[in-house]
Design a protein around this ligand. Structure first.
Ligand SMILES: NC(=O)c1ccc[n+]([C@@H]2O[C@H](COP(=O)([O-])OP(=O)(O)OC[C@H]3O[C@@H](n4cnc5c(N)ncnc54)[C@H](O)[C@@H]3O)[C@@H](O)[C@H]2O)c1
Ligand SMILES: [Zn+2]
Length: 357
């Protein structure tokens, strides 16, 4: 399989496109992976076009289920129904399903075909694309996995109607990230959409063309650097601080969703983009304020700065203990591997606190 050409299709009729995909292929058997929510809300949209002998694999939803034990259960069903090298696994769900189903398929009998039908916004614009699959190892996220691309990713905003608003804005943060690193015009379009959705959060159809644009940006980056030697690191913009916020707030009464933490991380990394790469400071404050119109304002006690810095020191992107991150030289242009000092981290956190007052 050519790793460098992730195939996706953005559609308004996922059943039709799935039917076409299945008609053009000749799999010996078909398996469908769901969790209880995607079984309840998403299965009905594709049920009629699945082969009669399609085997359902049902797992529990949630990040805590993203383990090797659950993968074992998936393999058990594949073995029980005699899946072979010509079988297909369809992953219908959010990022947990596509990460884990992709891993289960990529390792079963050294690899069977799989396709992703992402049903959360976060999975549609991010998790289901790009070939990263895997599971968590204890508390450590995504430590066990392989790179393997799905045969196709079918993306439809039809699924978003049953997602709650918080989940929509969770994925929206990754869309903002894509625009910040690659497309200033698209970024302004996204803030206009956010404003309209703020008035009526159920207007998910507004997102359809923006989703396509966002997928194009991610796919283009992945095509150029599948193995993340340089350019692909730019997809981590906002994530050095974002992951630290996510870990820090996990231990509190108000845990943040991943995208919510990344949104705050983007603000800190915009600030550093000014300090380190000279990004216009007026733009830093303008976009930071726009982000805070969408997401909750957080403030971090100065006594916790050290703990946040510790989290950042354990980031996978660091080299020889130096904190490395991707920053922006301009809105729409990112630069990987920028060194950040502990003093700069402190200044960025103070900036976030000041804006969040
Ligand atoms: N592989 C990658 O490149 C990559 C990138 C980003 C994130 N991820 C991974 O993705 C995961 C997060 O993905 P997520 O936010 O989609 O989480 P998720 O899969 O846990 O989905 C969130 C919740 O929404 C429910 N749900 C899914 N679709 C629904 C629908 N249409 N209607 C109603 N409910 C629905 C799910 O059952 C779940 O309870 C994390 O494990 C993260 O590590 C992977
Ligand atoms: Zn992310």
């Amino acid at each position: 399989m050519n790793h460098n050409s992730p195939k996706y299709k953005v559609t308004k009729n996922v059943a039709k496109d799935l039917a076409e995909f299945l008609a053009q292929s000749s799999y010996s058997s078909v398996f469908l992976l769901v969790d209880e929510n995607t079984f309840q809300y998403c299965y009905q949209l594709i049920e009629n076009v699945l082969p009669k002998q399609c085997h359902l694999i049902r797992i529990q939803s949630g990040e805590s289920e993203k383990t090797l034990e659950t993968v074992h259960k998936i393999w058990d069903v594949l073995f029980a129904h005699h899946a072979d090298r010509k079988s297909l696994l369809i992953n219908l769900g959010g990022g947990v399903i596509s990460d884990m189903g992709g891993f289960a398929a990529a390792t079963f009998k050294r690899g069977i075909s799989f396709i992703n039908i992402p049903t959360t916004l976060l999975a549609q614009v991010d998790a289901a694309l790009g070939g990263k699959t895997g599971v968590n190892y204890g508390k450590l996220k995504n430590q066990i996995g392989v790179m393997q691309s799905p045969e196709i990713v079918l993306v439809s905003s039809e699924f978003l109607a049953t997602l709650d608003t918080r989940q929509i804005f969770n994925g929206f943060a990754e869309m903002l990230k894509h625009a910040f690193i690659a497309d200033a015009t698209h970024l302004d379009e996204l803030f206009e959409i956010a404003e309209k959705m703020d008035k009526n959060p159920k207007q998910t159809e507004l997102l359809q063309s923006a989703i396509e644009k966002s997928i194009q940006i991610k796919s283009h980056v992945v095509e150029q650097d599948f193995n993340e030697t340089s350019l692909r690191k730019n997809l981590n913009f906002g994530h050095t601080f974002g992951h630290a916020f996510e870990s820090f707030f996990k231990e509190t009464d108000n845990p943040l969703l991943h995208g919510e933490a990344v949104a705050q991380g983007i603000i800190c990394e915009l600030f550093l983009s000014n300090k380190i790469l000279g990004l216009n400071f007026g733009l830093v404050t303008e976009y930071s304020r726009k982000i805070l119109e969408i997401y909750v304002k957080i403030s971090i006690d100065e006594s916790d700065f050290e703990m946040l810095t510790e989290y950042m020191k354990h980031d996978k992107k660091n080299v020889s203990n130096v904190i490395k991150t991707s920053l922006l030289s301009h809105i729409g242009h990112a630069v990987p591997n920028c060194n950040v000092s502990e003093l700069e981290i402190r200044e960025a956190l103070l900036f976030l606190n000041k804006l969040s007052k």
